[in-house]
Design a protein around this ligand. Structure first.
Ligand code: SPQ
Length: 449
């Protein structure tokens, strides 16, 4: 008999419920799995491929909804992108400065990375007019964080609420270079400004208060851009009038997707899971450090470098977790993993504090409020802080009806919480997982033994 009953119930409008019922005989998670390609790297490979000269070949692209949005936007801008396939995608670039004026609105769907990075490129393409939008969630996320610095570069952008919400209209211009001191550590802000700087004469610099993920910097260099980086001040400078050349990109597995299995393997007794081929770029490995602080048993095996990004296989075995405090400079290095870290904290001994993470309130959902509400409905003891959560661990969870709020990371975090709950958990709007992890439910079924 299977250790868990996992069913998917389809509903109207492509919505579905994920129903998880753990069997009374204890389940454990076993086997070796692969997670889909890194979402951040997938977006950047498509975008840089599109603005490069010549052909880019991408191996291991994430086939989630978000990279599909990027591909459809850049096709409208003139790039030739072959059918998306995780084995091989070919992008015929149009060369920097050569976007065609799209005949329709560029729709970034649910993807903050698509709209914010693309804005930097659009604003710096003189003589063309563009309109960009997204789904309900994206249209409520703040765009002023990129619109304001682009305006300092003389960009022309209009939108609702003082040009801070999509839909946005952009009249491309020749921009002026700036040195931007970002008030937040955000890879999307940094990348937007650097991408705008590519087609702008002179040097454009971004300084951030703490280091955010550096995939743009690594990939820009690989494509031939001239970049200087000052690690002391967290500053990156790009030389304008750049020329990029098509490359071969190998996308490693996404550590943000691996995080669900690292927590599941830690909290479900008797588990022993190997997650192969995971990107372990130091700007993304805050989750490994946080779980180590909590006493998790995670080993990095077969460490190697693939196409400029560090990669390893991660072995997780169950362990007794203890509480910890997560705050400060580690936050940007694990920001997307905080929903699943909250699940780990619920099963840990003691009180876990998460601070300095107010950014969570402006993600695909308000991830502080939604995680606290949904896990508390299952019996957890989580109090919201303005910039985080206080989680009193050790209270058993009981399955009930919960909702993803259409946020992929919430849907998957709740599914992992359900593995360690008694009774039946029904996750509404679980289809959101397809944004970053289309195969999530199949892998869940595969590893539960
Ligand atoms: O792309 P989007 O929708 O913003 O996705 C998220 C996610 O959880 O997948 C955030 F909601 O990831 C961001 C991440 O939080 C992806 C990203 C990137 O690829 O540059 C950077 C981070 O955002 P930020 O605002 O800190 O720059």
């Amino acid at each position: 008999m299977s250790a868990a009953v996992i069913t998917v119930e389809n509903q109207e409008n492509a919505a579905h419920k994920l129903i998880i019922q753990r069997s009374p005989s204890m389940l454990s998670l076993q086997g070796s799995i692969r997670v889909p390609g890194d979402k951040s790297i997938s977006h950047r490979a498509l975008m840089l491929g599109a603005i490069a000269e010549g052909e880019t070949q991408i191996e291991g692209l994430l086939l989630g909804e978000d990279p599909r949005s990027t591909a459809s936007c850049f096709r409208l801008l003139g790039a030739e992108i072959s059918e998306l396939n995780s084995e091989f995608v070919r992008v015929k670039g149009i060369g920097l400065g050569n976007f065609q004026e799209p005949v329709d609105v560029l729709n970034a769907g649910n993807s903050g990375t698509t709209i914010r990075l693309m804005l930097g490129l659009l604003a710096s393409h003189p003589g063309r007019f563009f309109t960009v939008t997204g789904d309900d969630s994206l249209r409520s996320r703040p765009m002023s964080r990129v619109v304001k610095p682009l305006q300092q570069m003389t960009a022309q952008i209009w939108g609702r609420k003082g040009n801070s919400l999509a839909p946005l209209a952009i009249q491309g211009q020749a921009l002026k270079p700036i040195h931007y001191h970002s008030p937040i550590a955000s890879a999307q802000v940094k990348s937007c400004i650097l991408l705008a700087g590519l087609n702008t004469e002179g040097k454009t610099t971004v300084t951030e208060p703490a280091l955010s993920r550096d995939h743009s910097e690594r990939m820009l260099r690989a494509f031939g851009a001239e970049l200087s980086i000052d690690p002391e001040t967290h500053s990156v400078t790009v030389m304008g009038n750049a020329k990029l050349y098509g490359q071969k990109v190998v996308v490693p597995g996404d550590i943000s997707s691996a995080a669900f299995w690292l927590v599941a393997g830690s909290i479900v007794p008797g588990s022993d899971l190997l997650v192969e081929n995971v990107g372990v770029n130091p700007t993304r490995t805050g989750i490994l450090e946080a779980l180590a602080m909590m006493g998790a048993d995670i080993q990095l095996e077969n460490q190697r470098e693939v196409a400029g990004e560090p990669v390893a296989d991660l072995r997780v075995r169950s362990s007794r977790l203890k509480s910890c405090t997560i705050e400060g400079d580690i936050i940007p290095r694990l920001i997307d993993e905080i929903p699943i870290l909250a699940v780990a904290a619920v099963f840990a001994e003691g009180t876990t504090i998460i601070r300095d993470a107010a950014e969570l309130r402006v993600k695909e959902s308000d991830r502080i409020t939604v995680m606290a509400q949904q896990l508390n409905q299952m019996g957890a003891k989580i109090s919201e802080l303005p910039d985080g959560m206080e989680i009193i661990g050790g209270t058993p969870l009981v399955g009930t009806d919960v909702d993803s709020h259409t946020d992929h990371r919430i849907a998957m975090s709740l599914a992992i919480a359900a593995l360690n709950a008694t009774g039946t958990t029904t996750i509404h709007r679980a289809e959101a997982a397809a944004i970053s992890y289309p195969n999530f439910t199949n892998t869940l079924v595969e590893v539960c033994r």
